[in-house]
Design a protein around this ligand. Sequence first.
Ligand SMILES: [Zn+2]
Length: 122
Amino acid sequence: MYSFFTSNNTYSKLTIRMDRQEARFWGLVKQAPEDLCWEWQGPLGGGGYGHIRYAGRTIGAHRASWEIAHGRKATRGLVIRHACDNRKCVRPSHLTLGTYAENVRDAFERGRIPPQGNRWKR
Ligand SMILES: [Zn+2]
């Protein structure tokens, strides 16, 4: 059903357990046609990002989406970046794995952080 899911599937108990988690995950996603964002319908955590319990820990919904799509855990310390700037979006094709520094640079370039950074100075 999900054409992006191209991991090396095995029929282990783990895979079956993960499949159930994935079904629960996708049940909380509103999919959209063409290249529109797929918005998370589940609970939201800090910063307006969705969150879900997945693979034994509670993580961002966008991170869970990336992990499901790629069939592996996202490297600890790296962030899942939104190409679309929509925090509720969990569409795998809109998500890339990157560094925190890249994320900040993106925010700067897209005008989410004012050049002087005054917003962060109280
Ligand atoms: Zn999106």
